[in-house]
Design a protein around this ligand. Structure first.
Ligand code: FES
Length: 101
């Protein structure tokens, strides 16, 4: 199923954007160069929202304990994060960022 999230021009490089599509977990949209990525928003280490964190290169750094995940793969890259974050396949359609679920 394709889920429409947000317009491409709303997502700025270096600024993780929280989106809350109906009947889904809270998500974050990221821009790296001309590419867009989407992950779950809630950190797998605790009750923090990654949209409150910081982007360094391809890494989203959690605001609670400075753990991190690779935005492109969801793999944990900085301790104490150890469980991958869920990622979603993105599709750009008519200037909108969508995901396949
Ligand atoms: Fe995210 Fe601990 S809650 S690193």
């Amino acid at each position: 199923m394709r889920v429409d999230l947000v317009a491409v021009d709303k997502v700025k490089e270096g600024e993780p954007l929280e989106v809350n599509p109906p009947d889904m977990p809270a998500l974050v949209v990221y821009r790296i160069g001309e590419d867009f990525y989407v992950t779950d928003n809630k950190c797998t280490h605790g009750n923090a929202m990654l949209s409150d964190g910081f982007i360094e290169g391809n890494t989203i750094i959690c605001p609670f304990h400075d753990g991190g995940f690779d935005i492109k793969t969801g793999m944990p890259t900085l301790a104490p994060c150890a469980i991958p974050i869920k990622i979603y396949q993105t599709v750009i359609e008519g200037g909108r960022i969508c995901i396949e679920t």
